[in-house]
Design a protein around this ligand. Structure first.
Ligand code: CTP
Ligand code: MN
Ligand code: MN
Length: 498
């Protein structure tokens, strides 16, 4: 019944079969030589990962020779790994990177050896005498792992980057825009100024274009590309138009293409229909394009506190947004209001709005009722806005209520100014997520979500945190709970100015 095998000798011993087949993977990264530690990983997984890496152009050595540059282990118990490494270490082991599997998976995903960061390192447990093994601290590529205060030592670079990012945004070029925003955020997190291009060598998120700008600023004190943009008609017009509340890049584009260049061009063109938000935006442009001071924010806090407690005594008000991060100035003031009773938050904002109206200080109100529905979560759409009830307001703030007076133009004798205020009112069990989301900064939030997704297999937004592996939502009543679920060190709001 059984056929005699054509190959007369049993092949049992030559397993794994793949190993016997000569492979012709092209080496792409000659300077990187990997060694995968079999302990804990197991033989078959090691074979699989070895082939995967080779197919992507990596050199993977079967033996731990002194040519190896990157040792990758799935055994992250540092002490036993290091003990084992020392026993079979070649003489130059001190020069090698000892990394956990996350470096490997990151590199496979990117299709190139990614820069080694602190989070990848399996640190030697205790520094032994004379050992140069202690790794140099590196900067994470996630803003949520970089403590970023308001002290920016690299303003001359980040100001230039921000102009470029904005200009890409105006031209609808998302990727380069994001690249400059990320680079800005990395430089903002540094404890000192960049003084030479070499200092940027090991920093993440800095590409050729950003480095060229840094080089120019270092050499000439300015970037020619940025100078050109600043005097560019398109850039200037977009900047002007988008400074109006209710006008985004799309509307600015429309107006620009119609040949409009100034506010009077727009206001005298009768074919243009301004929506209610834009009308208020033009009406109060002088005031709301002027920054709000921290003293004004404090005064608004008592205004909002008063109105909220008047309608719902048990409700709580929390300052969020830029002022919660310790900023001295902001473009608006953001508050989260909620009630301890679940469901009671639904009538909260409409009542507060009525109260502000009654007080005669409501100059503009755009109220959006809640569309929040736990059954529609998790939301896979990455940058979606949240569904909580919220309102975007313009309020009248009296000078007499502000300690030290208003932040107004010289000679302004009105005794009041208009200010932008945002209120959001999540159900109390969603409070921690809303607070984390609204505290910002935008870049910090982006990277938190990206970190959750890429590093933890979780989906985070302003409503919830969902674990894709466990297929369950993770509860949190404080921001600390959320950081803990994500396996991140907690960061205070003032350290989130990424
Ligand atoms: N935010 C949000 N959903 C909105 C509006 C804002 O999640 N519908 C978040 C933003 O992502 C940001 C935070 O709320 O992290 C505050 O937004 P904003 O007031 O625009 O920025 P600030 O950081 O407060 O900066 P500024 O001082 O200029 O106001
Ligand atoms: Mn704000
Ligand atoms: Mn806001």
């Amino acid at each position: 019944m059984f056929h005699t095998p054509i190959v007369p000798f049993a092949r049992k011993r030559s397993r794994p079969v793949e190993a016997a087949v000569p492979r012709h993977d092209v080496v792409k990264f000659k300077d990187v030589r990997l060694y995968l530690v079999e302990r804990k990983m197991g033989c078959s997984r090691r074979n699989f990962l070895t082939q995967l890496a080779r197919s992507k152009g990596f050199i993977v050595d079967d033996n731990l020779s002194d040519e190896v540059t990157h040792v990758v282990s799935e055994d992250s118990r540092a002490s036993s790994l290091w003990k084992w490494l020392k026993e079979c270490a070649p003489k130059n082991l001190p020069g090698v990177n000892v990394l956990d599997i996350s470096w490997f998976t990151d590199s496979m995903r990117e299709g190139r050896p990614v820069a080694v960061e602190t989070k990848h390192l399996i640190q030697i447990p205790l520094p032994t005498e004379g050992s140069p093994l202690t790794p140099v601290a590196t900067v994470s590529r996630y803003a949520c792992q970089r403590r970023t205060t308001l002290e920016n030592h690299n303003k001359k670079f980040t100001d230039a980057f921000e102009v470029l990012a904005e200009s890409y945004e105006f031209n609808n070029m998302e990727r380069p825009c994001l690249a400059f925003r990320r680079a800005t955020s990395v430089l903002k997190s540094l404890p000192c100024a960049v003084r030479c291009l070499g200092a940027t060598q090991d920093l993440p998120c800095l590409g050729q274009h950003t480095k060229k700008v840094i080089e120019e600023v270092l050499q000439c004190g300015r970037s020619f590309e940025v100078e050109e943009l600043l005097s560019d008609e398109r850039y200037q017009t977009f900047k002007l138009f988008t400074s109006v509340f209710g006008v985004g890049p799309k509307t600015a584009e429309k107006w620009f293409c119609r040949g409009l260049r100034s506010f009077s061009d727009i206001l005298t063109d009768h074919s243009i229909h301004l929506n209610r938000m834009q009308q208020s935006g033009f009406l109060h442009h002088g005031d709301i394009s002027r920054a709000v001071s921290a003293a004004e924010a404090r005064s608004l806090r008592s205004v909002i506190d008063g109105a909220v407690h008047c309608v719902t005594p048990a409700a709580t008000v929390a300052l969020t947004g830029g002022f919660h991060r310790g900023k001295e100035f902001g473009h608006d003031v953001d508050f989260i209001v909620t009630t301890p009773e679940l469901g009671e938050e639904e009538s909260l904002l409409p009542n507060v709005i009525d109260e502000l109206k009654k007080q005669g200080i409501l100059l503009y109100c755009n109220y959006q009722a809640s569309t929040f529905d736990m059954r529609k979560l998790p939301n896979h759409h990455f940058e979606a806005m949240d569904n909580f009830a919220k309102c975007f307001l313009i309020l009248r703030l009296e000078s007499s209520q502000v300690e030290g007076g208003l932040h107004c133009a010289e000679g302004d004798i009105r005794g009041w100014r208009a200010v932008r205020v945002d209120l959001v009112s999540p159900p109390v069990d969603r409070y921690a997520f809303a607070l984390l989301g609204w505290t910002g900064s935008r870049q910090f939030e982006r990277d938190l979500r990206r970190f959750a997704q890429v590093e933890r297999g979780m989906i985070l937004d302003n409503h919830a945190l969902y674990d894709k592996k466990k297929k369950e939502f993770l509860a949190a009543s404080t921001e600390k709970d959320i950081f803990a679920h994500l396996g991140l060190e907690y960061m205070e709001p003032w350290q989130r100015n990424a």
